[in-house]
Design a protein around this ligand. Structure first.
Ligand SMILES: [Zn+2]
Length: 272
């Protein structure tokens, strides 16, 4: 059920992307960037946010670079708008830009959360190292946003590090319920709060439904090796994703696999 929601969201995203027939050429992108630069010179913050939003649908790596350059300067709202815009593309410039801007926004947790959400929206395993790094930033809900981002991507590459977080959250939960045997243990609520999101994400990735760390560890030891993974690729020509079942041949159904450079690997996901 939870996984169906993820699939449904991914479908909506790919359908909205499908409304665009193709990626913009470099010349078209240059025209749009020139227009953006003029509009972005405005003093008014909401006008700058609008300029970012107007540039967002233009699919071209040079646009991703312009947007990435905004993540560590300007106001919080402008940074968040740029992060959201970058989440719509899965190109390397977007992922590198988003990943590299997290540290610079240490004092702006709302921006960090928007960046993490955008990294999740890229749907690429390349976004995972930056996401996993934030699993222990418990304050202000940053770690929870990182777990949500990993849930969006739903890749087996997150399992081990999620298990570690789930273990820590399980220990805090035990303290909170007094099950740890010591009354003097004060639970860390920020870590305990990660119990449900990590449990959900582990379930979405593996299909398992254990309710404790111990149960998960045992279940995964027994079942982990039997899980099958579908590979997900991206077709830059049509801006659409496509799945390749375990053991099947990679063939793009969107444009007949005729376009050079088609089939950029995004991630693995649970096979249906
Ligand atoms: Zn294709």
């Amino acid at each position: 059920m939870l996984r169906m929601t993820t699939v449904a969201v991914a479908l909506v995203l790919s359908l909205s992307a499908a409304a665009k027939a193709r990626a913009e050429s470099d010349d078209e992108a240059k025209t749009k960037i020139d227009e953006f630069n003029k509009a972005f010179a405005a003093k008014d913050e909401s006008a700058r946010v609008a300029a970012v939003e107007a540039l967002a649908p233009v699919m071209n790596a040079s646009v991703s670079k312009v947007l990435a350059g905004l993540l560590a300067r300007d106001t919080q709202d402008v940074r968040i708008a740029a992060a959201k815009a970058l989440g719509r593309v899965a190109d390397d410039a977007a992922i590198t830009g988003l990943s590299g801007a997290i540290e610079a926004n240490k004092k702006m947790p709302e921006v960090q959360k928007a960046i993490l959400s955008a990294l999740g929206s890229t749907d690429s395993e390349k976004a995972l190292p930056a996401i996993h790094k934030m699993f222990d930033k418990y304050k202000d809900g940053v770690a929870a946003a990182a777990v949500d981002a990993a849930d969006k991507i739903c890749s087996p590459a997150s399992i081990d590090v999620l298990m570690e977080v789930f273990h820590k959250a399980d220990l805090e939960k035990a303290k909170a319920s007094g099950a740890s045997g010591s009354n003097q243990d004060t639970p860390n609520r920020d870590i305990e709060d990660l119990f449900d999101p990590t449990k959900k994400t582990l379930g979405d990735i593996t299909g398992g439904s254990e309710v404790s760390y111990k149960g998960w560890k045992e279940w995964y030891k027994k079942e982990g090796g039997k899980l099958k993974w579908t590979s997900v690729y991206w077709c830059p020509g049509t801006q659409k994703e496509f799945d390749v079942a375990p053991g099947a041949q990679k063939l793009c159904p969107n444009d007949g696999d005729k376009v050079k450079g088609c089939g950029v690997f995004l991630k693995k996901k649970p096979a249906p």
